[in-house]
Design a protein around this ligand. Structure first.
Ligand SMILES: *Cc1c(COP(=O)(O)O)cnc(C)c1O
Length: 393
């Protein structure tokens, strides 16, 4: 280890995006690879949209110039989209119309845009916990990036388990951890709605718990899969200045390659994120791509009903395999485990299934004590079912 590098970094390993097999293997591979390990949308942007993007790149983007460092146009478009999401939701129906509607309105001042939500997660950690000021809390299994980024910043991570039967947060255990952690105290709680890898949305009881948390604690609600769940807490933001919602263009909007995520929050919190981010964190091309995607959202999001019906088919087909336990999903992926048996430890079995699927050309994710599989195209999903059936019978 080089002597000038922080000692605590020695214990960390770099994040491997595709532990089941690098997507870089694709070119040499003989068989088509079904990449069902990162919850992307299975379809690329429609050709006409790509052409328009390419035209913009050629005609309008001056590559010698820095990008718009204020993201003004993109923020305005995001605010408008976020406002629409307030309207579709049963959660907010009581607050719609008349006076309260105006209070709910999201504007560009409520938005900060990051180089993926990953950047926003890091900025939030810097804003709340850096320098021994705070710890973070997560309920496992959950998105691993919160803990990974916290560790790179020397921020302590405390955790509680979720309930084994439905993956709800064990609220009593969570409360104990928050009470117990004093040096430094918990300054940020991270939840995913719906959770990854377990695909369950927050319940009324969990939301109630989040509402009781001290105003000294930032509540991060990661809605990366909002477009699939159509379930958001954005309508409650105005009641909680310590809440922030994260979303991304990497999933339903098909722009994982462009790295664009955004936060919706109280203007002071959004302003704190603006201070922390790098001045030119978003390339011009990424900003334009995100603006296009929003302008064409009806077209792009039109594939979601198919994803949802494919999800139901996938769950039904895999449920017929006796050895598996599969949970309901509010996202574009499913979560399953092999039922416990005496013959073999389940984690060993999971690892085996993941490896055997990889050998057949299907990449999935072994995480949190189970298997997470992205809903792909109908053909990919059929192969998933066939291959898992062949492995298990
Ligand atoms: C995919 C995902 C994201 C998206 O991260 P980006 O950096 O925007 O690509 C964020 N949170 C969760 C829980 C995710 O699964």
């Amino acid at each position: 280890m080089l002597p000038f590098i922080r000692k605590d970094l020695a214990e960390l390993t770099a994040y491997t995006p595709h532990p089941g097999g690098a997507s870089g293997e694709l070119a040499q591979s003989e068989i088509a690879i079904d990449r069902l390990d990162t919850n992307e949308c299975p379809s690329d942007l429609p050709a006409q949209l790509k052409q328009k993007l390419a035209w913009n790149y050629q005609q309008l983007i001056e590559t010698n110039r820095y990008p718009d460092g204020g993201h003004a146009a993109l923020k305005a478009a995001i605010a408008q989209y976020a406002n629409e999401s307030l309207n579709v939701l049963p959660l907010n129906q009581g607050e719609l119309g008349g006076v309260t509607r105006a209070k709910n309105t999201i504007t560009a001042d409520n938005i900060s845009v990051g180089n993926g939500s990953d950047e926003l997660i890091r900025s939030l950690l810097i804003a709340t916990c850096l320098g021994g000021k705070g710890s973070i809390f997560v309920a496992n299994p959950t998105f691993s990036m919160y803990a990974i980024i916290a560790q790179t910043l020397g921020i302590p991570v405390v955790s509680a388990r979720r309930k084994e039967d439905n993956f709800e947060i064990d609220i009593e255990a969570a409360k104990r951890e928050l009470d117990r952690t004093q040096n430094p105290p918990v300054r940020a709680v991270f939840v995913v709605h719906p959770n990854s890898p377990t695909a369950n949305a927050l319940t009324a009881e969990e939301i109630e718990w989040l509402e009781t948390l001290s105003e000294n604690i930032l509540v991060v609600i990661d809605e990366a899969y909002f477009e699939f769940s159509q379930n958001t807490l954005a309508g409650k933001l105005h009641q909680h200045q310590n809440w922030i919602i994260l979303r991304t263009f990497s999933k339903a909007f098909r722009l994982a390659s462009m790295r664009v995520g955004y936060a919706i929050a109280h203007p002071e919190l959004a302003a704190a994120l603006e201070k922390i981010r790098l001045p030119y964190n978003l390339p011009s091309f990424s900003q334009i791509a995100a603006e296009f995607a929003l302008a064409q959202r009806e077209l792009l999001l039109a594939t979601i009903p198919e994803t949802i019906s494919e999800r139901a088919k996938l769950i039904a087909a895999l449920t017929s395999l006796e050895k598996l336990q599969i949970w309901p999903s509010a996202a574009n992926f499913i979560y399953l485990r092999v039922k416990a048996s005496d013959s073999e430890p389940t984690e060993q079995k999971h690892q085996q299934i993941m490896q055997q699927l990889k050998a057949k050309g299907t990449l999935i994710r072994h995480t949190g004590g189970g298997l997470r599989i992205t809903v792909g195209t109908p053909e990919e999903n059929q192969r998933t079912v066939d291959r898992i059936s062949a492995i298990l019978t």
